[in-house]
Design a binder for this molecule. Structure first.
Ligand code: NAD
Length: 357
């Protein structure tokens, strides 16, 4: 067996349908008495419901969370928290809202309770990001880790089917890259395999019936495990490509992951037999890269970068940026490798390029 280090992240996880009603008890358990509830404008109603459930422990609602945590939004939320004397935040929503909670934790030191309503997995990671003047700064800091994560699958039944599918594949991508991460560990390998198995089983059911409660529970359980993989390991080529595509070309986060994952898997898996074997088991297939492409089709995810608005003339810049900074990957890609991989992803080629390693 290979040597490993496993550094467990200290978080309490409360999971189950209807568990939002435990919010006040969870806040009291952390000795928090004046909570600011955060959400996007779309999820204001849910934030108000959370504030009602907190009762006297709620100090206010800030519903201005936006994608990629703009610095001015973070400053406005932090000032609001200071004005009302908040001693903590409850972030109710997807990665954008949880990201806002983390930005306040980083700057003002307020503890966060996360109530995730997508499958992004941000709630399980010490990774923060703030965008200023078009550039997203990111970092890792344990101070931003939510103290408690309350998963209530009933809160996800309103997540539209297309967003559920791409958000779920975004979560699977965390686990795929954790399987071949340089700092993976036996426990993370177990989390990754089970997380992928749960999501791959649940997402096609949700695509047909977004209100299926069993499938929603299974998907959220999978996204918890996949998020824990993201929090514990170093991501590789797939996340690097998506970071450049999202950061420089403003492609949407989860759909970009859904387009890229089968192509990167086809490229990387020949170089990593252990990850390949785990994916074969999790997806019940002998060809995991094609199974991931089929999953994208089953959930109605976009198939090409062209559909997301990327021009083929943008590809050289993507390649330059990806090659400019070193990062871990089981198979170091050359310029030609990236050109082949990105051209296939751009057109949405159904024949995945899997060159022998
Ligand atoms: P999101 O949080 O931007 O949400 C997308 C939209 O869906 C929003 O309008 C939101 O209001 C709505 N929504 C969320 N949950 C809903 C529900 N249950 N029902 C109906 N509508 C709902 O999307 P996301 O994909 O969760 O997060 C993306 C962001 O998270 C990106 O900025 C990404 O960089 C970040 N992220 C960070 C990490 C990390 O570890 N720091 C991990 C993953 C993603």
């Amino acid at each position: 067996m290979s040597a490993f280090v496993h550094d467990a992240l200290p978080m309490r996880v409360v999971f189950g349908p209807g568990r939002l009603t435990d919010l006040a008890a969870e806040a009291a358990r952390l000795d928090l008495h004046r909570l600011l509830v955060l959400s996007t404008p779309d999820q204001r109603d849910l934030a108000e419901r959370a504030a009602d459930l907190l009762g006297p422990l709620a100090a206010g609602v800030f519903s201005g969370a936006r994608m990629h945590v703009p610095a001015d939004t973070a400053a406005a939320a932090r000032d609001h928290a200071r004005r009302i004397g908040a001693d903590g935040c409850v972030a109710v929503g997807g990665g954008s809202t949880i990201g806002l909670g983390k930005a306040i934790a980083l700057d003002a030191g307020l503890p966060v309770i996360a109530v995730p309503t997508t499958y992004s997995g941000s709630e399980m990671t010490p990774i923060w990001g703030i965008t200023e003047a078009g550039r997203k700064r990111t970092g890792r800091d344990r101070a931003v880790l939510p103290r408690t994560v309350l998963y209530d699958p009933d809160l996800t039944t309103g997540l539209p089917a297309p967003l559920s599918g791409t958000s779920g594949i975004n979560a699977i991508a965390h686990a795929v890259e954790a399987l071949y991460a340089p700092d993976t560990s036996p426990i993370i390998e177990l989390f990754a395999e089970e997380g992928i198995r749960c999501l791959a089983a649940a997402l096609p059911i949700i695509a047909v019936d977004p209100t299926d409660r069993d499938a929603r529970s299974q998907a959220l359980r999978g996204s918890w495990l996949c998020g824990a993989c993201l929090g514990a390991t170093t991501m590789s080529l797939h996340h690097k490509l998506c970071h450049v595509l999202g950061g420089t070309f403003e492609l949407p986060h989860a759909p970009t992951h859904a387009v890229m994952l089968p192509h990167v898997a086809a490229f990387n898996l020949p170089a990593t037999p252990t990850a390949h074997a785990a994916l074969c088991r999790a997806l019940d297939t002998a060809d995991p890269a094609h199974a991931l492409a089929d999953l994208g089709i089953a959930v109605g995810a976009p198939c090409s970068l062209a559909e997301l608005g990327l021009r083929d003339t943008d590809l050289p810049e993507v390649i330059n940026q990806v090659l400019a900074q070193p990062y871990a990957n089981p198979r170091p890609p050359t310029h030609d490798d990236l050109e082949t991989l990105l051209s296939a992803a751009h057109t949405g080629a159904t024949h995945l390029v899997s060159r022998p390693w």
